[in-house]
Structure formats: structure tokens, C-alpha cells
Write a new protein. Structure first.
Ligand SMILES: NC(=O)c1ccc[n+]([C@@H]2O[C@H](COP(=O)([O-])OP(=O)(O)OC[C@H]3O[C@@H](n4cnc5c(N)ncnc54)[C@H](OP(=O)(O)O)[C@@H]3O)[C@@H](O)[C@H]2O)c1
Length: 302
């Protein structure tokens, strides 16, 4: 990356939760980087020629891949599509980046792990995905690393934001309609506000060339909770803001009693020591992000 100048950063998949959060961050920090944002109609990352054409016409120092196929259950019925977007396309991006000396920041998931460890996952723990989506993301990590050993892969977990479909939106929506909700308590992880993830990626993108070794890094929210605990917190805060008229009862159930087409890891906790050793302490308290999301909805934003 050119050191002395303001870095140029391209975000692909710009209309998703992470992409929109990066867009918002870029607007708040216009002097730190020159961002370009491309959503799927503007650049389909499965199209190698389109990637090359864009990068040749608009050279950048860093490319952040915020594009993904994230429908975990639907991936089981569309494995080829999930693989094309989550595995093949990141490999194409990595080839394009390495050929041009562009730093690639690729985003992956705690679902590359099987969740059977009794402690938070470190970057060098063995991957063993339980479902189609996780396998496609693992294949994406492999494709990226094979094409570009300098690429940085940030695994994250339980992403939520004010946009798109996510657990917070689902809970507030259902909480407004039902007296009782049934939520899984034997899966634990770190809910991650997309705004915090965006800031971590932005900070990584600004690091000088050669200062960030390639490979996987973990970034997940704190404190760790079960889905059941997370739901209770969401509903309490939504109720306090008048977003739901009454707080429903939240019944704790086990994952085995939830009719989910695809299995999920019981332990999605990510040990973020490696990234924080590099960048210093990072903002990742999901309760701050949750307040931001609920405040935005209370103010009538989408
Ligand atoms: N969401 C989570 O809970 C979660 C958890 C762990 C890790 N992650 C990872 O975090 C990253 C960001 O996730 P997110 O929640 O922001 O995802 P998201 O909201 O589903 O957004 C993904 C975006 O990628 C776009 N996209 C799909 N196929 C594309 C293609 N071929 N070319 C260009 N863009 C394409 C989608 O566009 P369309 O809508 O038009 O298809 C969408 O705007 C992903 O790598 C994901 O795997 C997410």
C-alpha cells in the first residue's frame, strides 16, 4: 500500500449489513480513507473479468469483501450457489488482489468450527464445519489463502445491525406479536454489531503495508451469551424504548428441540487476543451496538 497517501479502499457486497456499516463509517471519517462501494448489481464477485476490469480502471490499496451468501438454512438447498459466492468468488478476489499488490480483507465465520471445544476458539484451532454454509466459508478461506498468503481473514460471529435480516430484528418483530417466545439456550457466542466489525476492518485497512501478517484473525462481540440471554436483553431494551408494547415470556429450549434444517455449533465463542495484540483493545461490547440499533429504529430509521 502507498504509505504517505490516503488509502483507497473498495468494499464489495456493499448493500449487506457489513457493507452498509462500512458506508456509514466512511461517511463519518472522510479524511482517513477514500472509499468506493459496489453492491451486487455493480460488481458480481463471481465474475472474474468484471473484478479485473474494475480494479484495472480504479486501482485500490485495499479490498474489503463484505459480500457473502449468508442464508444458513437455505444453503443446504442451494449448495452450488453458496459455494460460488462464499468459496469460488473469494478466490477470484484474492487472485485479482495479489496480482495488483492490493491488500485483501476477507470476512469469514465462527461456523467454520464444530463448536465442540470447551473454550473460545483460537485462529489455529482445527476447522470442522457442521453445515453447508460453514463448509462454503471454510472453502472460501482456503481459496483466499491459496491465492494470496498475505490476505487477512477476519472470522466473526452472530452479526446484527439496523439493516437486513438478523436475530435482533427477528426478536423485536416476534416480540411485538407474541406472548411467549422459545429461544435456544445451549448455543453460546458473541453477538457482533456490524458497526464494531466495520471499525475493526477499517482499522486493519489503515495499517501500514507489511505490518499485518496474512491469515485468520478473530473478531467477535462481548460478553458471550446464549441466544436465550441475548433475546432477553433485546426484548428488555426494545420494551424500554416502546418498540414493543409488552415483554413476552422467553422460554429456554435446547437446540435439539428447534426444527432447524441445518445444525449450528454449540460454542461460537471467538478468542480475539491475536487481533487485539495487533491493534490494541477493540470496541466490541454488543450492548452498545444493540442500543444503537434500537435507537435508530425508535427514531424511525429502517
Ligand atoms: N450475518 C451473520 O450473522 C454472520 C455471522 C458470521 C459471519 N458473517 C460473515 O460476515 C460477512 C458479512 O455478513 P453480512 O451479515 O453483512 O451479510 P449480508 O447482510 O447477507 O450481506 C451480504 C451481501 O453480499 C451480497 N452478495 C451476495 N452475492 C454477491 C455477489 N455474487 N457479488 C456481490 N455481492 C454479493 C448480497 O447482495 P444480495 O442481497 O443482492 O444477494 C448482500 O448485500 C460475510 O462474510 C458473512 O459470511 C456473518
Amino acid at each position: 500500500m502507498r504509505q504517505a497517501e490516503t488509502p483507497r479502499i473498495l468494499v464489495v457486497g456493499a448493500d449487506g449489513q457489513l457493507g452498509r456499516s462500512l458506508r456509514m463509517l466512511a461517511g463519518l471519517r472522510p479524511h482517513e480513507a477514500h472509499y468506493a462501494f459496489l453492491s451486487r448489481p455493480q460488481l458480481d464477485i463471481t465474475q472474474a473479468k468484471a473484478i479485473s476490469a474494475w480494479l484495472d480502471a480504479h486501482p485500490v490499496d485495499c479490498l474489503i469483501n463484505a459480500a457473502a451468501y449468508t442464508a444458513v438454512d437455505r444453503a443446504a438447498t442451494e449448495p452450488a450457489r453458496a459455494h460460488a459466492i462464499n468459496a469460488h468468488a473469494p478466490g477470484l478476489l484474492a487472485q485479482a488482489c495479489t496480482a495488483r499488490g492490493t491488500r485483501l480483507l476477507h470476512v469469514s465465520t465462527d461456523y467454520v468450527f464444530d463448536g465442540r471445544l470447551d473454550r473460545p476458539y483460537r485462529e489455529d484451532d482445527p476447522v470442522a464445519p457442521l453445515n453447508t454454509y460453514g463448509r462454503s466459508k471454510q472453502a472460501g478461506e482456503q481459496a483466499v489463502q491459496a491465492a494470496d498468503p498475505h490476505a487477512i481473514i477476519v472470522r466473526t460471529s452472530w452479526v446484527f445491525s439496523a439493516w437486513g435480516s438478523n436475530f435482533v430484528r427477528t426478536m423485536v418483530h416476534l416480540g411485538a406479536q407474541r406472548d411467549t417466545l422459545r429461544v435456544i439456550h445451549d448455543q453460546v457466542g458473541g453477538p457482533t454489531w456490524a458497526g464494531h466489525l466495520a471499525l475493526a476492518l477499517h482499522t486493519l485497512a489503515l495499517q501500514p503495508t507489511g505490518s499485518v501478517p496474512g491469515g485468520p484473525y478473530h473478531f467477535g462481540g462481548q460478553p458471550w451469551v446464549s441466544w436465550h440471554e441475548f433475546a432477553q436483553e433485546i426484548l428488555a431494551r426494545a420494551h424500554a424504548r416502546g418498540l414493543i408494547a409488552q415483554r413476552p415470556r422467553v422460554e429456554a429450549i435446547v437446540a435439539a428441540d428447534w426444527p432447524s434444517p441445518e445444525p449450528r455449533p454449540a460454542n461460537g465463542r471467538l478468542d480475539c487476543t491475536r487481533l487485539e495484540a495487533l491493534l490494541g483493545p477493540l470496541e466490541r461490547d454488543w450492548r452498545i451496538g444493540l442500543d444503537q440499533v434500537l435507537d435508530a429504529w425508535q427514531a424511525g430509521q429502517p
